[in-house]
Design a protein around this ligand. Structure first.
Ligand code: OXD
Length: 309
């Protein structure tokens, strides 16, 4: 089978090497080679340009080289080709570690000590909350959100979740649905957004959303930048001295140098690193799914294409 690899990762060469080692009986091409794009049946991609997708006339399956699939669904030439996304326990652990680190920095007021260290100031002790006294609201309970929720719960935090659509299954945490967003926000000391980029989530975290959050609270966005109205956040932060945000994803990435988010004292910026793609385990995952597809001749998309995630 002819496979195309295209990624805009810093470690794309390492990824390609790992894939080639695993797919020994198949040819993995890159755009640097002289290849006939209409012979490609499998594409392993991250941020593939639409003009290339347009030429993949014989494509049978697309693998997203990350957890998100919006980089594929947004392409005008994307039709209905099945998409497989990476679902890797290592990614779950990484994302959980990132979230926990941001919670603890906020909860233990570590930033205050850090700032005072820079000025040689021995700060008086600050009161900090115990885990059991904090409620953490998780927005978006997919593969990553659910994992984060359960791990945090095992550490004694009070965990609640928010979902757009009602589902009947048993949940390990209280779930708030669409119209109860207000209550969900009122209860949460920390809100963690793991929302995907869809038309429904676009700018969901806006002025009204932020105003419904507790005055003293923390917003962690590790989902997609499109769900946060950055201008509304900056305005909100100006008026609310005890409101903090930790952002890993942005409307435009890399975050432009001129963005006002960089300099805001209450906003922490990380460069989309909350759950980096783990090369070896992702390679194994992709290969396993690829083999299912190759032996059966077809595979179901694990993406709800109409819903956009
Ligand atoms: C993502 C990823 O989808 O980093 O954002 O995998």
């Amino acid at each position: 089978m002819n496979i195309l690899f295209y990624a805009s990762f810093a470690n794309q060469d390492e990824f390609l090497k790992s894939l080639k080692k695993k797919f020994i009986h198949h040819k993995i091409f890159t755009l640097n080679q002289n290849i006939k794009l209409d012979k490609i049946e499998v594409a392993l991609v991250w941020n593939l340009p639409d003009k290339i997708l347009e030429k993949l006339k014989n494509l049978k399956i697309i693998f997203s080289l990350g957890a998100g699939v919006d980089h594929i669904l947004k392409l005008p030439n994307y039709k209905n080709t099945p998409i497989i996304r990476i679902q890797d326990p290592n990614m779950q652990s990484r994302m959980f570690n990132h979230v926990l680190s941001q919670i603890l920095i906020y909860q233990l007021k570590l930033d205050e000590y850090n700032k005072s260290q820079k000025k040689n100031i021995w700060l008086d002790e600050r009161h900090t909350s115990l885990n059991k006294d904090l409620t953490i609201g998780i927005l978006g309970l997919g593969y990553l959100g659910k994992f984060i929720a359960n791990k945090l719960k095992s550490l004694d935090y009070n965990i609640i979740g928010y979902k757009n659509t009602f589902s009947t299954g048993k949940n390990s945490i209280p779930i708030y649905y669409k119209r109860s967003l207000k209550t969900f926000l009122k209860l949460s000391d920390i809100v963690v957004s793991v929302l995907p980029a869809t038309t429904e989530t676009r700018d969901l975290i806006d002025k009204s959303f932020l105003n419904q959050m507790k005055k003293k609270s923390l917003l962690i966005n590790i989902g997609r930048g499109s769900s946060l109205n950055e201008i509304d956040l900056l305005k909100h932060s100006k008026k609310n001295k005890y409101f903090f945000a930790s952002l890993d994803v942005f409307k435009t990435e890399p975050l432009p140098k001129k963005s006002k988010l960089w300099k805001n004292q209450n906003i922490t910026i990380t460069p989309h690193v909350a759950a980096i793609t783990d090369v070896d385990s992702s390679t194994n995952y992709i290969f396993e799914k690829f083999e299912q597809f190759r032996t059966k001749g077809k595979i179901n998309s694990d993406v709800k294409i109409k819903k956009g995630y």
